[in-house]
Design a binder for this molecule. Structure first.
Ligand SMILES: Nc1ncnc2c1ncn2[C@@H]1O[C@H](COP(=O)(O)OP(=O)(O)OP(=O)(O)O)[C@@H](O)[C@H]1O
Length: 588
């Protein structure tokens, strides 16, 4: 937790003054039982109304000042803890932005969300408690003991006996419950993961009639978490009855021994009542201390999870020296792979094995291969979402590792397999590709991507608001907006990762024709499961199990590459059966 302390720096004043005001309140609170004793012994007993009024007024005044102190402390605690949380959330968010896919894969998106929300909340709570109670509770405990000793030293032996028994019980409860809190945190991650998958995939869940299966999965995670929570709750619930029992025994002992001492004139009734109040004060303060330990233990587990992210070094960094020369074109090969091999962190087998090929300026290159053969992985190496294990990826003849990432990615227009749009209008979504794009540029990109027709049909046209990332659009419409977003930045390399899959054959063909007619300076890489989508490309790369098994144009591959021929013939049969004739296999 100490590693996160610097986030509290801007709140030095609040962190110092908050506990100070709480301490003042505690001092007033400590004096109340003694003043009560005075009222009983000197006011009520002697029937001295003016004395009762005088001391009563002092008590009321102290209560009002105490309230003011408590309020001020509360204000400082809220300001510091909320500010602290906001700063950590911001730092986490920014740092996650610098991490590569590899680190994000390792932690998992749900866990990242949980850490930014739930874990930061735990830390906020700990800071609020630190300001409000960390000094007050021990002060009340020790102060209560001193006041009781001043009141009557002999009777305070009861408290001296009470304290170790009470501390032992607290220790037992915490010993059992604290490790469980750490497990609970992990199980919360699992629950969030299940929930996230379920909610984001709600359509698939329904389409596959998997509601019952998902229900069982959710119930399992939920039950798992609930069981641990109940265990923690059961253990913690022992605290109150155990405390009450011990306190009541202590009060009994005070009344018995105190009564005896009143009889022999060594104590007054007021003092015994004040003594009982001090016992309650000490016990309550001890319970607060126990809760503080629990809160801080949970917070330290959360702090470790937050620190894990903040200390995670991004595996992909910009080069340390500035490479001004990279704006110059260095080669005829826009993209080149030289003996590239790649592993995912958690896999034993390489996903890509010794890949070499090059793409010339203005070329249209298709990549085909069965599912899982490594097509998307290969594409992800071009914008350097991952680093190669062996070999080099070059863009314009320069190793991608020598580019500042932003510079490199500006050259590339990527349309991912799953079209991700953001809440906002259609034009805002397209402008993601080029912030300052003019209306004409946005419209042109939409026209090339065959999106303009359906956009114009919406009453608000380009100002149509996409709710929740475009759930109000069809899959094909989302894909076309994603393509327009990639096109508007006029990339040097346009990558379509199976991003025409949701289009019908005629729109697919029209889109490819439009790309060919309008995009002249860019090289285009098209990954597709459909051979028809890449058949007329300048060159086609055939991937099988992470290896290139063929490169060439359609005709040469039909002759030389068995895998390509098999894929083509299997699709030809299917298409003829389904659509009658392969008449849309035009353009590239
Ligand atoms: N983030 C990841 N972590 C670990 N393994 C991964 C990851 N992404 C993909 N893989 C694995 O790498 C292999 C290649 O996956 P990739 O997505 O590149 O295939 P693909 O050819 O694009 O498949 P598809 O046509 O189905 O999209 C698969 O075996 C997959 O399980």
């Amino acid at each position: 937790m100490f590693k996160l302390a610097h986030f509290l720096k801007p709140y030095k004043k609040e962190v110092i003054l908050g506990p100070f005001f709480k301490l003042l309140e505690a001092i007033f609170e400590l004096m109340i039982p003694t003043l009560m004793a005075l009222i009983i012994d000197n006011g009520i007993k002697l029937g001295d109304k003016s004395y009762i009024l005088k001391i009563g007024s002092i008590m009321i005044l102290m209560a009002i000042i105490g309230m003011g102190c408590a309020f001020t402390c509360q204000y400082y605690a809220a300001k510091a803890s909320q500010g602290f949380g906001t700063k950590i959330r911001k730092a986490l968010f920014q740092h996650i932005g610098t991490l590569s896919y590899s680190e994000i894969d390792t932690i998992g998106t749900s866990s990242l969300i949980n850490r930014i929300t739930n874990d930061v909340n735990q830390l906020q709570l700990a800071v609020a408690m630190l300001i409000r109670l960390v000094i007050r509770a021990p002060f009340l405990c020790i102060g209560g003991l001193i006041m009781a000793m001043i009141l009557d030293f002999k009777l305070s032996i009861v408290i001296i006996f009470l304290l170790p028994i009470f501390t032992f019980i607290l220790y037992l409860i915490m010993y059992k419950s604290v490790p469980l809190y750490k497990t609970v945190q992990k199980k919360l991650d699992n629950l969030a993961q299940t929930l996230r998958e379920n909610l984001s995939g709600v359509r698939v869940v329904r389409a596959f009639a998997k509601i019952d299966y998902e229900k069982t999965r959710f119930e399992y995670s939920n039950k798992n978490l609930t069981e641990d929570m109940i265990k923690v709750g059961n253990i913690s619930s022992l605290l109150n009855p155990a405390t009450a029992l011990i306190t009541n025994f202590a009060v009994l002992a005070v009344i018995w021994y105190g009564g005896f001492r009143i009889n022999i004139g060594e104590m007054t009734q007021g003092q015994v009542i004040a003594f009982i109040n001090y016992i309650n004060l000490i016990v309550l303060a001890l319970i607060v201390v126990a809760n503080l330990v629990i809160i801080f233990t949970r917070a330290s587990a959360s702090a470790a999870r937050v620190n894990e992210i903040l200390e995670m070094e991004p595996s992909i960094n910009d080069p340390s020296i500035s490479n001004d020369y990279i704006s110059l074109k260095d080669s005829n090969n826009v993209v080149e792979f030289r003996n590239v091999s790649f592993y995912y962190k958690n896999s034993k087998e390489p996903t890509l094995k010794d890949i070499s090929f090059n793409i010339k300026t203005g070329d249209v290159v298709g990549i085909v291969g069965v599912t899982g053969s490594g097509k998307s992985t290969l594409l992800n190496l071009i914008p350097r979402f991952y680093d190669t294990f062996k070999g080099t990826v070059l863009v314009n003849g320069i190793d991608v590792k020598e580019y500042p990432q932003e510079e490199l990615r500006k050259k590339i227009g990527l349309v991912p397999q799953k079209s991700v749009l953001f809440s906002g209008t259609i034009s805002e979504n397209i402008r993601w590709g080029l912030e300052n794009a003019t209306v004409t540029e946005v419209q042109l990109a939409a026209e090339i991507s065959q999106a303009s027709d359906f956009i114009e049909d919406f009453p608000d046209k380009y100002n149509t608001v996409l709710s929740q990332g475009g759930v109000n659009l069809s899959g094909g419409q989302r894909q076309r907006i994603a393509i327009a977003r990639a096109l508007v930045g006029k990339p040097e390399i346009l990558i379509l990762d199976d991003s025409l899959s949701a289009l019908d054959y005629s729109t697919d063909a029209a889109l490819r024709k439009s790309l060919k007619e309008n995009i002249h300076n860019a090289s285009i890489i098209i990954v597709s499961q459909r051979v028809s989508a890449v058949k007329n490309s300048d060159s086609i790369i055939v991937l099988d199990d992470g290896k290139i098994v063929g490169i060439g144009n359609h005709d040469s591959l039909m002759e030389s590459c068995i895998t390509y021929r098999e894929i083509y013939l299997s699709q030809l049969d299917r298409k003829e059966n389904t659509y009658g004739s392969p008449s849309f296999e035009t353009t590239f």
